[in-house]
Design a protein around this ligand. Structure first.
Ligand code: 13P
Ligand code: SF4
Length: 303
């Protein structure tokens, strides 16, 4: 990592009164220069409470959009314009309207990995950290539509016993992790604890020891007396796991578990973002107001 570029980012950040937020899947050097790193819930909370004037969001578009919804008076920058999330694009507003029409009276819970328009049509938002808590808080006598991730939704249905109406979306990175990968990794590291993200397929979830969001994985690894861990989620998280636990060993379950969109952000792009104030992410006022309700309800359940 060049010291000049780090210094440049530091200077520009001061000039712009900016804060840098980075998701746990970001490349190591981006996580290292960030003011805050975290999972989707942690970053949403940080975006809602920051007093910085500019938020540089090192993540993907739906995360920057969420920050823009929660902090409308701030300038939100996404350093890579094309950093999207394929799962978030698997359901649009028209499709959700049609689904709602099929199940009148059902409550709609949308995973934060969704567009602002989809959030605006939902009653509640959730992240992988609080999905169980949120669904458990909903009235027993109501049907629940869960979009867009069928895998996170399946995990929530299993754990809560609530029969969710699922949309067939999925994370194209997590579905690359196969149950055979877990079996092979266990064979190589028999003492290791397997931590998997609930975006993994049911077969991978069944082969894991713990199902956790990225933020929960970081807490679990720190607190655990185990010395070795097999990590079944996007590989970027290994950077922080290793940094925070230098005496423990972490193994990626599969070298294929890489989200190409998360890797579009580079230090140079962070410099350009701050120099040129690009790429600004905004959400139209009418969508913003409705999307904020769904996000606020989530933050009320899991403050
Ligand atoms: P969390 O960091 O909230 O677990 O989310 C994972 C993810 O896929 C974000 O895109
Ligand atoms: Fe989307 Fe999956 Fe990448 Fe997260 S890891 S941004 S859910 S494609």
């Amino acid at each position: 990592m060049s010291p000049e570029i780090i210094e440049k980012i530091r200077t520009l950040k001061k000039q712009r009164k900016a804060v840098i937020l980075a998701h746990n899947y970001q490349p190591g050097p981006i996580q290292d220069i960030a003011d805050f790193t975290g999972d989707s819930l942690g970053l949403s909370i940080e975006a809602a409470k920051t007093d910085a004037e500019v938020i540089v969001f090192c993540g993907v578009r739906f995360m920057a959009e969420t920050a823009a919804v929660l902090s409308p008076d701030k300038t939100v920058l996404l350093p890579a314009q094309d950093a999207g999330c394929p799962m978030a694009d698997m359901i649009d507003a028209t499709q959700l309207r049609q689904l709602k029409a099929q199940y009148p009276g059902a409550l709609v819970v949308c995973y934060v990995n969704s567009t602002a328009e989809v959030k605006a049509l939902s009653d509640y938002c959730c992240t992988s950290s609080n999905a169980l808590q949120l669904v458990r808080s909903l009235p027993e006598d109501r049907d629940i539509i869960f979009v867009p991730d069928k895998n996170l939704g399946g995990f929530v249905a299993e754990k809560t016993g609530r029969p969710l109406i699922l949309w067939p979306g999925y994370c194209s990175t997590h579905v690359c992790i196969l149950p055979e990968d877990v079996i092979m990794a266990r064979r190589e590291h028999p003492a290791a604890v397997v931590l998997a993200h609930p975006e993994c397929t049911p077969q991978v979830r069944a082969a894991a020891d713990e199902l956790l969001s990225t933020g929960q994985m970081l807490k679990f690894a720190k607190a655990s007396s185990a010395q070795e861990f097999i990590i079944a989620t996007e590989k970027g998280i290994l950077h922080t796991l290793r940094k925070e636990n230098p005496d423990k060993r972490f193994y990626a379950v599969s070298q294929k578990a890489v989200c190409p969109n998360m890797k579009k952000i580079t230090l140079e792009k962070v410099v350009w973002a701050l120099e040129d104030m690009q790429y600004q992410i905004t959400v139209p006022a009418s969508i913003r107001a409705e999307a904020k309700k769904a996000l606020d309800r989530m933050l009320e359940v899991t403050p």
